[in-house]
Design a protein around this ligand. Structure first.
Ligand code: DON
Length: 564
C-alpha cells in the first residue's frame, strides 16, 4: 500500500482556532451510537429527520398529493418538531425531479442579508466579533422558507397551502414528543435561551430545567402563525402584520432587518448543476450552495474502480481524504452568483477535475481556505407514485438560529448571517481566505454547504441524498453517493458506514469513532492527523428502483422513513 507523505503539523498560532473548530465539530456530533434505519415501499416514501414530519408528508401523499405537496407539509411539520434546526424563520434549498418533463429544478430560498447589512457590521473596536453573527438580532437574515414553500407549491403543487399546513398545525397544537436529538441540542443552548419567555414556555420545565427527550411539547403560537398564512403564505408572511411584528421585534433588539427587507424577499429558481459519475448523472444545487464541491469530489473519483479497494479500506479512505481536501480548497470560490462570478464551468470541467485529481494523488498541501461550521439544519426527501422526487435541506443555521424567538408567533429566527465571512480581510477560526467572495453585502445570500442531490441512471432517478452538519454535509453526501454507486452498498449501509471529513483547513482528518482501530492506525501511519468524533453530520437517502423505494436515515435525530 502506498504511503502518503505526512500532513503539515499545526502551527502554534493556529491552535486556538483549530481548538474552536474541533469543539464545534464535536459539539455537533454528540449523538451517541449510530444505527441506520431503513424502510422499503413500492410506490411512495418520505424520509425525514423527524418521524412525525415524515408522517405528515406521507399523509399528504395518501390524500393524493404529489412529492412537492408532501415536501411542503414535511417542511412545515419539521419546523414544529425540529425548530432548533429549521422553520419559517429560516431558509433552504429544494431540488426537484419532475417526472412529466424528466427534468431537474433547483429552488433557492436561502436567506438574504438585510439592505442595511455592511461588510464591517461585525467589527467592534477594530476586531471582528463573531458572536454578533451567531446570537442576537444582528445575526438574523431575511427568512426565505415561507416564500420558498409558496414558490414550490405554485409551480409544481396540486394542493392548497392550508391543506398542507394541517398536519403541522395539529402537531404544534396537540403536542409532539421532544426527540432525543433536540433534547441534547437544548442542553447545549439552555444557558443562552433559558431566560427567554418564548423558549421557556415550550422547552423548559417550570423550575427552569430543559425538558427531557419524550416530553410532549406544544407551540400553539406557531400553530396560529401557520394557520394565519391561509393559502397565501408569501403574501401574508412578508407583508402586513406578520412582517411588521418581525421587523419590530428585531429592531427592538438592535437588529437591522426591516419590513421592507421582508417585502422584497424573492426565492429564485436556478439551473441545477450536474456531473457524470460512474454511469450516473448526478445533479445538485448551484451557488450560493457549495454543493459543486460534492460534484468535484465525485468527479475526481469517477471511473476509479474503487470497488476493488473496499469502502472502509485505508487505501480508499486516503484517496477520499485527498480528493476532499482538493474539493474544499475550491470551496472558497463559491459564493452568491448574483454578487460574485463563480467559475463553475471551469471548476466542473474535466480538465480542472483531472488537475485536482492529480494534486490529490500527490497530496498537494492546502492553501489557507474558508471553512464552515455550525449545527442546526434538517434534511428530507420525498418520492411519489408519479415518479417525482424532491430532496430538501432546510436550516436556521446554528441550534435555534439567532437564539431569538418571536414569542407571539412561536417563530425562531435564523442566524444565517454567520454563513458569511464575518469580517473583511480578518482571519478567524474557520476562514482564512475567500472572505471577499463571501463577505456581507446587502441583499446577498451567504455561501452554504447544503447539498441536496438527485442522481439519475439512464434519465430516471436512482438516488436522492442529502444531509445536515455544516461542511460535513459535503463530505457526507459525497461518501454516501460513492458508497451507493462505486461500492454498491444498500442505502442503510451507505448512510451508516463510518465517515471521514477533511476540509483542507484545519489540516485534520475527522473520523467517526466507529471506524475500526486498525483502519485508524493505518491512516495515522500514512501521516494523517486524526480527530475521532462520535459522528459527522446526518445523511439520509432514498434508493429508487422500478417498484422499489428503499429509504435510510440516521435515527439519532429522531428520523423516520415511511412509505406505501
Ligand atoms: O447553509 C449552511 O451551510 C449552514 N447554515 C448549514 C448548517 C448545518 O448544516 C448545521 N447542521 N447540523
Amino acid at each position: 500500500m502506498p504511503t502518503i507523505p505526512s500532513s503539515a503539523p499545526i502551527a502554534p498560532g493556529r491552535r486556538v482556532r483549530v481548538f474552536i473548530f474541533v469543539f464545534l465539530i464535536v459539539a455537533m456530533s454528540l449523538r451517541g451510537a449510530r444505527i441506520a434505519v431503513a424502510a422499503t415501499a413500492p410506490h411512495e416514501m418520505v424520509v425525514a429527520e423527524s418521524e412525525p414530519a415524515a408522517r405528515a408528508g406521507l399523509e399528504i401523499l395518501r390524500q393524493g398529493g404529489n412529492a412537492i405537496d408532501a415536501a411542503v407539509a414535511t417542511s412545515l411539520a419539521l419546523g414544529v418538531t425540529n425548530a432548533s434546526s429549521c422553520g419559517l424563520g429560516g431558509g433552504g434549498f429544494m431540488l426537484i425531479y419532475w417526472a412529466k418533463t424528466q427534468k431537474l429544478y433547483a429552488l433557492d430560498y436561502r436567506e438574504v442579508a438585510p439592505a442595511a447589512a455592511r461588510p464591517d457590521m461585525y467589527m467592534r473596536d477594530g476586531k471582528p466579533d463573531e458572536q454578533l453573527a451567531r446570537t442576537g438580532a444582528l445575526a438574523v437574515a431575511v427568512p426565505g422558507e415561507p416564500a420558498g414553500l409558496d414558490a414550490a407549491l405554485r409551480r409544481f403543487g396540486t394542493m392548497k397551502f392550508s391543506q398542507l399546513a394541517a398536519p403541522a398545525i395539529k402537531l404544534a397544537r396537540a403536542g409532539f414528543p421532544l426527540n432525543p436529538h433536540m433534547a441534547r441540542e437544548l442542553m447545549l443552548v439552555a444557558p443562552i435561551i433559558g431566560q427567554d419567555a418564548g423558549f421557556h414556555a415550550i422547552y423548559f420545565n417550570p423550575d427552569g430545567t430543559p425538558r427531557h427527550a419524550g416530553a410532549i411539547l406544544h407551540n400553539p403560537n406557531l400553530a396560529a402563525l401557520i394557520e394565519s398564512l391561509g393559502d397565501a403564505p408569501a403574501e401574508r408572511f412578508y407583508h402586513g402584520a406578520i412582517a411588521a411584528k418581525i421587523a419590530d421585534f428585531v429592531k427592538q433588539r438592535g437588529g437591522i432587518l426591516t419590513a421592507e427587507d421582508l417585502a422584497s424577499y424573492r426565492p429564485l429558481w436556478r439551473d441545477p448543476i450536474h456531473l457524470p459519475y460512474d454511469g450516473y448523472d448526478v445533479y445538485t444545487m448551484p451557488p450560493p450552495s457549495s454543493a459543486g464541491v460534492v460534484l468535484e469530489i465525485l468527479g475526481m473519483l469517477s471511473n476509479s474502480n474503487l470497488a476493488g479497494l473496499g469502502a472502509d479500506s485505508p487505501a480508499y479512505l486516503a484517496r477520499l481524504i485527498e480528493v476532499m481536501r482538493q474539493g474544499f480548497i475550491d470551496r472558497a470560490q463559491y459564493a452568491d452568483p448574483g454578487f460574485v462570478k463563480v467559475p463553475l464551468a471551469t471548476l466542473l470541467s474535466p480538465e480542472h477535475i483531472a488537475q485536482a485529481r492529480d494534486r490529490a494523488l500527490h497530496h498537494a498541501p492546502a492553501p489557507p481556505v474558508a471553512a464552515a461550521h455550525d449545527h442546526g439544519t434538517s434534511n428530507f426527501a420525498v418520492a411519489d407514485r408519479f415518479g417525482n422526487v424532491v430532496e430538501v435541506t432546510t436550516t436556521v443555521n446554528t441550534i435555534f438560529g439567532a437564539k431569538l424567538m418571536v414569542e407571539s408567533m412561536g417563530l425562531v429566527l435564523n442566524d444565517e448571517m454567520d454563513d458569511f465571512g464575518v469580517a473583511p480581510g480578518v482571519p478567524n477560526a474557520f476562514r482564512l481566505v475567500g472572505e471577499e467572495n463571501n463577505e456581507v453585502a446587502p441583499g446577498k445570500r451567504p455561501l452554504s454547504s447544503m447539498s441536496p442531490l438527485i442522481a439519475l441512471k439512464d434519465g430516471r432517478p436512482a438516488l436522492a441524498a442529502g444531509g445536515s452538519g455544516g461542511p460535513t454535509i459535503i463530505s457526507g453526501v459525497a461518501q454516501v453517493t460513492i458508497d451507493s454507486f462505486a461500492f454498491h452498498l444498500e442505502p442503510e449501509t451507505a448512510v451508516r458506514l463510518p465517515r471521514v471529513h477533511q476540509q483542507a483547513q484545519p489540516d485534520i482528518v475527522f473520523v467517526e469513532q466507529e471506524l475500526p482501530f486498525h483502519t485508524r492506525d493505518e491512516l495515522t501511519a500514512m501521516g494523517y492527523h486524526l480527530k475521532i468524533v462520535p459522528e459527522l453530520g446526518a445523511i439520509s437517502a432514498i434508493r429508487i428502483r422500478p417498484g422499489e423505494l428503499r429509504g435510510a436515515f440516521d435515527p439519532l435525530k429522531g428520523g423516520g422513513a415511511v412509505g406505501d
